[in-house]
Design a protein around this ligand. Structure first.
Ligand code: FES
Length: 566
C-alpha cells in the first residue's frame, strides 16, 4: 500500500524520519484551524494568492478567492489558499521584470513543497501571470489559471479613458504643453478607477489572452471584466475544475506544448499584443523544453492578420472585447491556422472548446479573417549588424512612414543620461534622427525596464513631432505606441553592437527586410570594442547578484539559465 501515490494532506510529508508521525502531526495542526476530519480527508486544492497592498490590480482578490473556495468545496475538495510575492507593476524598483523570476521560483517551490493535488493560480498584473505559469510548468502539478480580469474604462468629459494607453497619451500632451498642470492632475484620478488589470491590450491583457489560448484557463476567462459577476462565476468554475484535476490530472506539461505555444503566438499576433509577451511566452515555453526561435515569429506574423481593434493598436478596450465575444471569437476566426488537437486544462481539445462557444461576435471589435484590422501580425523580429540575435518591433502600433529609412544616431549611454539630456535645449536632434538608448537590457543593472518608449525630446514634442525611430535593449509597456525597436540582443551591457554606437553613426531600419543595420566600418567597430568596458558597479549580493549572474538574453525569455528545462 505504501507504493500508492499519496493524495491530499498525505502528499509530501515533512521529514521527521517517521511518516506516520509526520501525517499525524500535520493533521493535528490542520485541525487547530477548525477543519473536520471529513474535510481533511478530501483532495487539497491550493489557491495561489498574489494580492498585496502594493498591487491595485488585485484588490478584488479576496472576493475572487472566496468564489474559488466555494467551487472547490461544492465539488468535494479542500481549498487552502497560500500567498506568494505579488508584483504590482508601478510599485517596483528598478522594474517588476527583475522580480518575475523570483516570483516564478516562489510559485514553483510553494506548489511543490506544500501538499496540494491541484492548484488555482490567481494572478493578473503584468508579471504575475507569466511568473505563475513558469512556476506551475516547472512544478507540473495540475493547475488552472484564473485571471484578475481587466479594469473598466471611465467616462471623462465626453471620452472614455483607460490605463494605460491614455496615461501615455495625456502625458505626451502634457509634455507638449497641450494639457496644463490642473488638467493632468484631473486626468490622474480618472485613468485607473476600478479593480482589475490595465484595460487595453497591454501586457496583462495579452498574457491573459495567452493563458486562455494555451489552454491553461477556462474558456472566456481572459476578457471578463474584473468587476463583472461572470468573473466570480469563472472563479467558482475554476475551483470546481481544480477538484476534477485532482482526480483526473491534466498537467501543465501536457497543455503547454510546441503546438499550443504556436497557437498562443498566433493569438498574440492577432490581438496586436504586447512585445513583452514574446519574452514571457518564451520563458514559459522554456520551462517545458519548447523553444521559440525569433525568426519563426516572422513567418507566423506574415500569415496572421491583426483581427482585434483595441488600444494601443486600435480604439476599443478589453471590456469591449468581452462584449464582442472575447478571445474565443478571435480563435474562431483563426481556426484554420490553429492546432485544434491541443489539450486544454479541462481535458477537452481546443477544437472541442471552440465548438461549444456561442457564435456571437461584434465585428466592430473582432474583425473577420477575410477583412482584418491589419493584414499582417502586430510583431516582427529584426536582425542585422546592430542586433545579431534579434530585436522586436510592434509594427501594429508604429508609424509605417518610419519603417524604411536611414537615420543619424543620437545616443544616450544610460537611463540616467537619458533623463539628464533628453529635454536639454542644446540637444542636437531632429525628427529624422534615431534615438538610441544603451545599457537598459537584462544585465544592465536596471533589469530591462520598460524604458524603450523614449520620450520625444520636449523641443520636438512642442513642435508637433509624435513619433521617431527609437532603439534600445530595453522593453516597452504593452500599452505604448510608436516606431520603437526593442530587446536588441546581445545587449549593450555585455558588449553587444548596441554598446558601440556613437552619436552621428548611420543606422538603417527596414521593416520590409526585417533588418536593422549599423553602418560603421568593421575596423572602427573593432577599435571601439577594444575600448569598451562593462557598466559598473556589478551587484555584489542577494537577489540582484543572482539575477545579474543568471539572467539570459531577451531571445531566451530572460529566464534564469538554471530554471529552463533542457
Ligand atoms: Fe497592473 Fe497595468 S498596472 S496591469
Amino acid at each position: 500500500m505504501d507504493n500508492e501515490p499519496k493524495r491530499g494532506l498525505a502528499r509530501g510529508l515533512t521529514n521527521y524520519g517517521d511518516a506516520g508521525f509526520s501525517l499525524y502531526l500535520r493533521r493535528s495542526f490542520a485541525k487547530s484551524m477548525g477543519y473536520s476530519g471529513e474535510l481533511l480527508g478530501r483532495p487539497v486544492v491550493g489557491i495561489c494568492d498574489t494580492r498585496s497592498g502594493f498591487n491595485n490590480c488585485h484588490r478584488h482578490f479576496p472576493e475572487l478567492i472566496e468564489a474559488v473556495k466555494r467551487g472547490v468545496l461544492a465539488a468535494g475538495g479542500l481549498p487552502l489558499d497560500f500567498p506568494t510575492i505579488s508584483l504590482g507593476e508601478v510599485f517596483l524598483n528598478p522594474t517588476s521584470m527583475m522580480f518575475r523570476n523570483l516570483m516564478a521560483m516562489d510559485v514553483e517551490e510553494m506548489i511543490r513543497a506544500q501538499p496540494m493535488d491541484a492548484v488555482v493560480l490567481v494572478g493578473g498584473c503584468d508579471k504575475t501571470v507569466p511568473a505563475q505559469l513558469m512556476g506551475a510548468a516547472s512544478a507540473d502539478v495540475p493547475a488552472v489559471q484564473l485571471l484578475a480580469g481587466p479594469m473598466m474604462p471611465t467616462s471623462f468629459r465626453g471620452e472614455r479613458l483607460g490605463a494605460c494607453t491614455d496615461c501615455r497619451r495625456f502625458w505626451a500632451m502634457f509634455r507638449a504643453g497641450k494639457v496644463d498642470q490642473a488638467g493632468i492632475d484631473e486626468v490622474e484620478g480618472n485613468l485607473a478607477t476600478t479593480a482589475g488589470t490595465c484595460g487595453v491590450m497591454g501586457t496583462a491583457s495579452t498574457m491573459a489572452s495567452i493563458a486562455e489560448a494555451l489552454g491553461m484557463s477556462l474558456a472566456g476567462n481572459a476578457a471578463i471584466p474584473a468587476v463583472h459577476s461572470d468573473r466570480l462565476r469563472a472563479a467558482e468554475a475554476s475551483g470546481r475544475l481544480a477538484v476534477q484535476l485532482a482526480a483526473t490530472p491534466v498537467r501543465p506539461s501536457q497543455v503547454i506544448t510546441q503546438k499550443s505555444v504556436e497557437n498562443a503566438l498566433r493569438v498574440l499576433l492577432a490581438i496586436g499584443g504586447s512585445t513583452n509577451a514574446i519574452v514571457h511566452l518564451t520563458a514559459i515555453a522554456g520551462r517545458v523544453g519548447v523553444a521559440i526561435p525569433l525568426d519563426s515569429l516572422n513567418a507566423l506574423s506574415d500569415s496572421t492578420p491583426v483581427l482585434v481593434d483595441l488600444k494601443p493598436t486600435g480604439q476599443h478596450y478589453m471590456s469591449d472585447l468581452f462584449s464582442a465575444g472575447g478571445v474565443g471569437a478571435v480563435m474562431r476566426e483563426l481556426k484554420p491556422l490553429l492546432h485544434l488537437d491541443c489539450l486544454t486544462v479541462t481535458g477537452e481539445t481546443l477544437g472541442e472548446r471552440l465548438e461549444k462557444d456561442t457564435a456571437w461576435v461584434d465585428r466592430a471589435v473582432v474583425r473577420s479573417f477575410s477583412e482584418p484590422y491589419q493584414k499582417q501580425g502586430g510583431l516582427v523580429a529584426l536582425f542585422g549588424s546592430l542586433a545579431p540575435n534579434g530585436a522586436i518591433l510592434k509594427r501594429s502600433a508604429a508609424d509605417p512612414k518610419l519603417f524604411e529609412r536611414e537615420g543619424r544616431a543620437v545616443v544616450f549611454s544610460s537611463l540616467d543620461d537619458l533623463a539628464a539630456r533628453i529635454d536639454a535645449p542644446e540637444l542636437d536632434v531632429t525628427p529624422e534622427d534615431f534615438l538610441v538608448l544603451q545599457n537598459a537590457g537584462p544585465k544592465s543593472g536596471y533589469a530591462m525596464p520598460e524604458a524603450g518608449y523614449l520620450p520625444i525630446p520636449a523641443r520636438l514634442a512642442r513642435a508637433g513631432v509624435k513619433d521617431m525611430v527609437r532603439i534600445s535593449d530595453a522593453r516597452m509597456s504593452g500599452t505604448a505606441f510608436g516606431t520603437i525597436v526593442l530587446h536588441v540582443s546581445p545587449e549593450s551591457a555585455i558588449g553587444g553592437p548596441l554598446a558601440l554606437v556613437r552619436n552621428g553613426d548611420r543606422i538603417r531600419l527596414s521593416v520590409r527586410a526585417r533588418s536593422i543595420e549599423l553602418d560603421v566600418p568593421q575596423d572602427e567597430l573593432a577599435r571601439r570594442r577594444a575600448a569598451w568596458h562593462a557598466p559598473s558597479p556589478q551587484p555584489q549580493r542577494g537577489y540582484a547578484r543572482l539575477f545579474h549572474q543568471h539572467v539570459m538574453q531577451a531571445e531566451h525569455g530572460c529566464d534564469f539559465d538554471f530554471l529552463r528545462k533542457f
